[in-house]
Design a protein around this ligand. Structure first.
Ligand code: SF4
Length: 165
């Protein structure tokens, strides 16, 4: 198994933590849809489009995978860059189903509701919470930090996933 190379790549790119997890260990909870649909201004953009998929449709697809890379950083942009690069390298290595999930930040404001509107379609990916992953419960299972932020100065713990095989 050559998955360690993706762990190493994530660390080389600046990850705080990077670990290969078994997909059955990832916690899904479709209540994420409630939090996305009512309360998040980004709901309905391409990166979080309920026209494309809903969490209860996404979960069975993601459960077809066996392993995922979990990436921890203190900056969303960095988590996204690492996840995208790992997906790219894994694909080129022959893991053709490799697929990254992250909070797409390709633009300051995502105005895309369709692929045609997207400014950077090759990098657009759905958010892991939008697809039904309970990020809080999942990362805590692996001993990683995450808290609800109550003011801007707090350190952020940002996560991204790459489903590998
Ligand atoms: S690349 Fe930009 S327009 Fe496309 S999904 Fe991401 S934020 Fe939205």
């Amino acid at each position: 198994m050559d998955m360690e190379r993706y762990v190493n790549l994530a660390y080389e790119m600046g990850a705080v933590d990077a670990l290969i997890v078994e997909v059955p260990e990832i916690v899904f909870d479709h209540r994420t849809y409630l939090k996305c649909a009512w309360g998040c201004p980004e709901f309905g953009q391409l990166k979080c489009s309920p026209d494309l998929i809903k969490p209860w449709e996404a979960e069975p697809l993601l459960r077809r995978y066996r392993l995922a890379l979990l990436i921890h950083t203190h900056r969303k942009e960095l988590a996204n860059e690492i996840a995208w690069e790992v997906e790219r390298r894994a694909f080129l290595d022959g893991h053709y189903w490799a697929f990254a999930l992250y909070d797409c930040h390709g633009c300051d404001v995502c105005a895309a509701s369709s692929r045609q509107d997207c400014a950077n379609p090759e990098k657009a990916r759905p958010g892991e919470d939008f697809l039904g992953i309970d990020v809080y419960a999942t990362v805590r299972k692996f001993g990683l930090p995450i808290e609800v932020l109550t003011h801007k100065e707090q350190r952020q713990d940002r996560y991204a996933f790459v489903f590998l095989e």
